[in-house]
Design a protein around this ligand. Structure first.
Ligand code: NAD
Length: 285
């Protein structure tokens, strides 16, 4: 039987710690961190994510401003709004909710966010820092995975780490973070041949694919730590991860459930980045 990694519990602890930090900042410096979130269009999933982020801010004591733009907004208008938020001294973090509607250039828009306010860590400047390991911010989902490993005392140094998925927001930064912690890292993706041969070597297996039931028991080594980043719906419409949990759990030493594993950590790490952005802005101004 594997130990269940309780992301809800860890996320609540991270938020409680941040709440204390924020209250100290409010008392001592008469300032609360402030996050601006820009939502373009009416994608229902994005609307839910933005609402969750707003609620998390309220919970931690962070100020938030939500900008909702129509899906036909021009690139120029979007960039104008980001640039005006970039200039505001009272705004510490800026988050542009992805994906953007077709016709808008996400890379151009993200480049308008000053790196020191880029709490998602998607700006090329911050991506470069992650490569070098001297980062200000880490992307929230892989940072959440690292926090879970740390809080469960799971050592990474010298371990075989296999990441399935090579996206810019999860797979690639996840691999870099495991590498910086001393892991021997393999990145698998849609073109990887003999996937199970790679995954069976993993002491720590991270799946970020987006397919229900993708990681089966025969792909997992006995005693492996299994981290499921995927968020999918199964045939009954219920939220599930990439991992066939019932079959894999008996083989694993540690495993994250979905829901209640990596998911709650993502928003908690966004809060952490926003508090850090406020600390950076205190030093700058
Ligand atoms: P993505 O679609 O950008 O990337 C998926 C990756 O899976 C790709 O790199 C692709 O190469 C790989 N892949 C696809 N088919 C494969 C196959 N047959 N074999 C091996 N690799 C294969 O997705 P993403 O944005 O990285 O997200 C991945 C999953 O994580 C999704 O389910 C998403 O909803 C979830 N997610 C969860 C959180 C969270 O907070 N828990 C945050 C971000 C993403």
């Amino acid at each position: 039987m594997a130990i269940l990694i309780d992301g809800k519990d860890v996320a609540a602890k991270v938020r409680a710690e941040l709440r204390e930090e924020v209250e100290t900042m409010a008392k001592e410096r008469k300032k609360r961190p402030a996050l601006a979130v820009i939502l373009v269009g009416e994608d229902p999933a994005s609307q839910i994510y933005v609402r969750n982020k707003q609620r998390a801010c309220e919970d931690v004591g962070i100020l938030s401003e939500i900008y909702t733009l129509g899906e036909n907004v021009s690139q120029e208008s979007l960039e104008y709004i980001i640039n005006s938020l970039a200039e505001r001294r009272d705004i510490d973090g800026i988050l542009l909710q992805m994906p953007l509607p077709k016709g808008l250039d996400p890379v151009k828009a993200l480049k308008c966010i000053p790196p020191e306010k880029d709490v998602d860590a998607f700006h090329p400047d911050n991506v470069g820092h992650i490569m070098r390991g001297d980062y200000r911010f880490l992307p929230c989902t892989p940072a959440g995975v690292m926090e879970l490993l740390r809080r469960y005392d799971i050592d990474i140094s010298g371990k075989e780490c296999v990441v399935i998925g090579r996206s810019d927001i999860v797979g690639k930064p996840m691999a870099m973070m495991l590498l910086h912690s001393g892991g021997t890292v393999t990145i698998c993706h849609s073109k990887t041949r003999n996937l199970a041969e790679h995954t069976r070597r993993a002491d720590i297996l991270v799946s970020a694919v987006g397919k229900a039931g993708f990681v089966t028991a025969d792909m997992v080594k006995d005693g492996a730590v299994v981290i499921d980043v995927g968020i999918n719906r199964n045939a009954d419409g219920k939220i599930c991860g990439d991992v066939d949990f019932a079959a894999v759990e008996p083989k694993a030493s540690y495993i994250t459930p979905v829901p209640g594993g990596v998911g709650p950590m993502t928003v908690a790490m966004l809060m952490k980045n926003t508090v850090k952005a406020a600390e950076i802005s205190q030093k700058t101004y």
